[in-house]
Write a protein that binds this ligand. Structure first.
Ligand SMILES: *Cc1c(COP(=O)(O)O)cnc(C)c1O
Length: 384
């Protein structure tokens, strides 16, 4: 029976230490949250600037509900594109320095919209092996040839591009890798895109709001221009603290996505509350230099604190600080030991990361205090 097959598959997940479980929070997203009646210091969220529960955004959302209602009522191309959506797209385009932007309900959908709109049969996609699942899925929606290069390996990519005689070529990469925290070599990737007349699609889910001048993102971090061959995607549920995503690019590319991208056209527009709140969040991001400085200090504090311990931190300068454990069960055991001490750090296992590289993924935020990070360092030292 089909049900027996599922039961068998679930049982083997359990046996391999891969069974996932959700925990329910009884408090808002923040550095300290309530789970099962206990207060935990959380190192799990992507709320890098602590905006998810910001009082200024809460009152903006309340006022937006009063003015615009709670639902958009239709897809953008029918009648769901309200003034707050239009204003948000203009504000994002200006902030990231591209001619035009398009807003989405989620980053997953934005990626599913971009890639199949730009390449098809006879074309080729060149993707970093550690790209986010949403980018991998997006490639599967195209009929293009798919090539994957070793993580960050510019030489391997260059050779693949040179060997390809595909009609259109598209280079696809996370800007900040979501499970490793390192930054893609964007200047070299742009150079290769130019040399081989390829698109460069950049997923800046973890750089937008955090890296670059005033949080403008990974391109700003490298001082790269808004090249017409770059398609920049960013999410709005991480540093921006709300939900949603954007694609920013040349006006022609954005018009093409608006006309053709199925994941844009065939879905109800996000609530106007989200759009209005995000408009305010973009202003708060731009003004959050102090928060970003605090975040940098917390990153340094964690790395310095664990430098002479057995814990192996991956090389990362970003808010994502993975500690490689290796074995799935061991990663879960360490996470549980931390939880007993009131510290919530997720154990990330395959298939999210390659086999044998199970890890604790510490996510830091501008809302973490020195005391929060010191508590984590002390607990890890005791477990060493
Ligand atoms: C989170 C994430 C996404 C998906 O964005 P959502 O808005 O959560 O759907 C896409 N790409 C990367 C790299 C991410 O980390």
């Amino acid at each position: 029976m089909i049900r027996d097959e599922l039961q068998g598959a679930l049982d083997s997940l359990t046996a391999e230490g891969l069974k996932r479980r959700r925990r329910t929070l009884d408090s808002a997203c923040g550095p300290v949250c309530t789970v099962d009646g206990r207060e935990l210091i959380s190192f799990c969220s992507n709320d890098y600037l602590g905006l998810a529960n910001d009082p200024r955004l809460i009152s903006t959302a309340q006022a937006a509900a009063t003015q615009w209602g709670v639902g958009s009522g239709a897809s953008h191309l029918v009648s769901g594109h309200l003034r707050p959506h239009e204003m948000l797209e203009a504000a994002i385009a200006e902030f990231v320095g591209f001619p035009r932007a398009l807003s989405f309900s989620t980053g997953y959908m934005a990626n599913l919209a971009i890639v199949p709109s730009l390449v098809a049969r006879g074309d080729a996609v060149f993707a970093d092996k550690l790209n986010h699942a949403s980018l991998i899925d997006a490639v599967q929606l195209t009929r293009a040839d798919s090539h994957r290069y070793a993580h960050g390996d510019v030489a391997a990519l260059s050779a693949m591009l040179a060997a390809s005689n595909a009609k259109r070529k598209l280079i696809l990469t996370d800007a900040v890798f979501s499970m490793d925290g390192d930054i893609a070599p964007l200047p070299e990737l742009l150079e290769l895109a130019e040399r081989h007349d390829a698109w460069l699609v950049i997923d800046d889910a973890h750089g937008f709001g955090v890296l670059g001048e005033h949080g403008r993102g990974s391109l700003s971090h490298f001082g790269l221009p808004a090249s017409p061959r770059i398609v920049l995607m960013g999410t709005l549920g991480k540093a921006a603290g709300v939900a949603g995503a954007f694609v920013a690019a040349d006006a022609l590319v954005i018009e093409w996505l608006l006309q053709r991208a199925r994941a844009y056209i065939f879905t109800t527009a996000a609530s106007p509350i989200m759009a209005a709140t995000l408009l305010e969040a973009i202003k708060l991001i731009a003004a959050a230099d102090e928060g970003r400085t605090n975040l940098t200090q917390r990153i340094h504090q964690l790395r310095a604190g664990l430098a002479d311990t057995r814990w192996r931190l991956l090389h990362s300068d970003t808010a994502i600080q993975p500690i490689i454990v290796g074995d799935n069960a061991e990663a879960v055991r360490v996470a549980e030991a931390l939880l007993e001490r009131g510290l919530w750090v997720p154990a990330i296992r395959p298939p999210t990361v390659p086999k044998g590289t199970a890890r604790l993924r510490v996510s830091l935020s501008a809302a973490h205090t020195e005391t929060h990070v010191a508590a984590l360092v002390d607990a890890l030292k005791l477990l060493a």
